[in-house]
Design a protein around this ligand. Structure first.
Ligand SMILES: Cc1cc2nc3c(=O)[nH]c(=O)nc-3n(C[C@H](O)[C@H](O)[C@H](O)COP(=O)(O)O)c2cc1C
Length: 141
């Protein structure tokens, strides 16, 4: 089973509510634990940046379900690669809230200080996600 990492960006769809994040995380964590998928989900400025890592078959299947989810739109894959080891093995789906997506971090990895992964390279999003690991607890996920 080859190990891969997929990173994509999307925007919330019309009608997205505050409760939707909790529901998404509940489903993602339950399904990802069963499928041995790990990763992070960032949410800021109505934009999702998500990283999924695991076996190629399971990550591809999860991404297909995610593509068909009407709670978000404008889904763009930013990076997909075979990897030697996981970066996010502590989280079935760690959550990074808007408060952690600070202006200095955005400035470090993109052209300005606003969180907008549509304007970032796949590699920059990967580096940003790795740096964000230190901001999230491992317990509770
Ligand atoms: C932003 C976002 C992130 C999601 N992340 C995951 C995830 O990591 N794993 C997962 O199985 N489903 C995730 N989902 C939920 C899927 O889109 C889908 O609703 C869920 O897997 C159930 O699919 P099913 O109803 O076809 O069984 C996510 C949905 C959204 C909108």
């Amino acid at each position: 089973m080859y190990l891969v990492r997929l990173i994509y960006v999307s925007k919330i769809a019309n009608g997205f509510g505050a409760d939707d994040i909790e529901h998404i995380l509940d489903t993602a964590r339950t399904k990802n634990k069963a499928d041995n998928i790990t990763g992070l989900l960032c949410f800021g400025s109505d934009i999702f940046l998500q990283c999924l890592e695991g076996s190629r078959a399971k990550v591809n299947a999860a991404y297909h379900r995610i593509l068909n989810d009407s709670r978000h739109e404008d889904i763009v894959m930013l990076d997909y690669q075979e990897i030697i080891e996981r970066e996010f093995s502590e989280w079935s789906m760690g959550y990074v809230p808007e408060s952690s997506l600070t202006a200095p971090l955005n400035l470090k990895y993109s052209g300005n200080n606003v969180f907008d992964p549509y304007k970032m390279t796949g590699e920059s999003t990967q580096r940003l996600l790795i740096e964000l690991k230190s901001t999230i607890p491992t317990i509770g996920d």
